[in-house]
Write a protein that binds this ligand. Structure first.
Ligand code: AMP
Ligand code: MG
Length: 421
């Protein structure tokens, strides 16, 4: 078991033990943000036929090669083709077809002019300049060629990919299942929604912060409940969560106080703790483990890996810092993200404020990165205490302050974004 390790070590160790939770076919209309589980090969050319990008006239470029203002060429209109229609005849010397945007370009024609660049009647169209062969014809397969790999597995379905799949007639892609994350709060002081406030009690922030972060990441989440600080009781609740959930996140009870029973409860429920504590502020307290029932029953367990169990600090900002630094990459692997997309990309940011407290551990400074700036500027949030959740609201990144150092406004440091934006 690692003690007080770098958060990246704990993250990587946890990631080694988990895998995607399985795949399913899902209606494309319900696939926003889901991860493609199988590579998709193009079934057909897009567009499927040569088509016109304009309302206009299709003809042979050769017929107008000598056209000029003084000596325009007049062609006889022999067809009218609407979008969704097919040509009724081919184009031969001296003829043209009147066609609409998206309509197929008829046999024989190799150029299109929009109607506003012509003069026309119902019977004839007059063209007064030469046109290059191929002008304004969108070629079959110009966007996508049949047989090409459209997209590999592990890619998130965004608007462009959803439209591209639909363009291939793929309305039920294979996607990875969404991991179900069980959230447990521990602490005898925790007050739930609807309970009467009382001295010494505090509302449950972590439950909502964690469930929101899980859902925004693309997981499903379920609130298992709030448990008092008692090892056996917490162990029972963990054990019941392990029966139905793909991942479990607890908050509270992971420091070294008299009532910090979460690590012992995790072990009692059969969880093997891989890392205890991190060299990280906020987020020093924490226990990171796995439950692997496939060892006793190889056909059991959900999906391709063990069930990760995260015992995070009760301090709300510490809890969420550890979530983004360690938990989210693990959940992303379980969601089926390609390996390079699980870990947030590194940024360099120039700090627009100081952080003048020296720490023995590395610190993740939450704040807001201005993504429109040429050099990324990050304004550290005004309060960095591990209990100050309000300063996480509106933050989009963490800047890393190495152990034993302070930073001043204008300095450049490593950072990573909390999510995709
Ligand atoms: P613990 O990790 O249990 O020692 O808790 C550290 C601090 O976080 C204490 O002040 C707790 O009251 C507070 N805390 C624990 N759980 C929650 C929670 N779910 N929501 C808000 N604060 C919490
Ligand atoms: Mg506690």
């Amino acid at each position: 078991m690692l003690e007080r390790c770098d958060f990246r070590q704990a993250r990587d160790l946890m990631m080694e033990h988990v895998g995607p939770v399985g795949m399913q076919k899902a209606p494309l209309s319900a696939c926003a943000g889901r991860i493609l589980a199988r590579a998709v090969t193009a079934q057909e050319d897009v567009p499927p036929f040569d088509r016109s990008p304009y309302d206009g006239y299709a003809f042979r470029a050769k017929d107008v090669e000598a056209a000029s203002l003084q000596d325009p060429v007049t062609l006889r209109i022999v067809d009218y083709i609407a979008a969704g229609d097919v040509p009724h005849t081919g184009i031969t010397a001296g003829t043209a077809a009147h066609l609409m945007t998206g309509a197929p370009v008829p046999e024989g024609a190799d150029a299109v002019l929009p109607f506003e660049k012509t003069r026309f009647t119902d019977e004839e169209v007059t063209i007064s300049s030469p046109v290059k062969p191929g002008s304004n014809v969108v070629r079959a397969g110009e966007d996508i060629r049949k047989g090409m790999t459209l997209c590999g597995a592990g890619v998130r379905i965004d608007a462009g990919l959803a439209g591209t799949l639909a363009g291939q007639g793929i309305f039920e892609p294979y996607v990875y299942k969404k991991p179900l994350v069980g959230v447990i709060s521990t602490g005898s002081e925790i007050l739930e929604e609807g309970e009467t406030p009382a001295p010494g009690r505090i509302y449950n922030s972590n439950r909502y912060a964690l469930q929101t972060a899980c859902e925004l990441a693309g997981c499903r989440s379920i609130y298992i409940g709030t448990v008092i600080d008692e090892t056996d009781t917490i162990a029972q609740v963990i054990a019941s969560a392990l029966k139905t959930c793909d991942a479990v996140i607890l908050s509270g009870g992971v420091s070294v106080g008299d009532f910090d029973c979460t690590p012992a409860a995790m072990e009692k429920a059969g969880v093997e703790i891989l890392a205890h504590g991190l060299a990280l502020k906020p987020g020093m307290a924490g226990a990171y483990g796995i439950f692997d029932d496939r060892k006793s029953d190889p056909s059991g367990g959900q999906g391709d890996g063990a069930i990760p169990v995260f015992g995070l600090s009760g301090n709300p900002a510490a809890c969420m810092t550890a979530f983004y630094a360690v938990v989210l990459p693990v959940l992303r692997k379980m969601m089926g993200f390609a390996p390079e997309d699980c870990i947030p990309a590194k940024l360099r940011v120039r700090l627009s404020g100081d952080y003048s407290r020296k720490n023995q551990s590395a610190r993740l400074l939450r704040g807001k990165v201005d993504l429109t700036a040429v050099v990324q500027e990050m304004q550290p949030a005004a309060g960095q205490g591990n209990q100050m959740l309000s300063t996480l609201a509106g933050s989009n990144a963490f800047a890393e302050i190495p152990a034993g150092t302070t930073v001043q406004a204008g300095e450049t440091v490593d950072a990573f974004l909390m999510g995709d934006i």
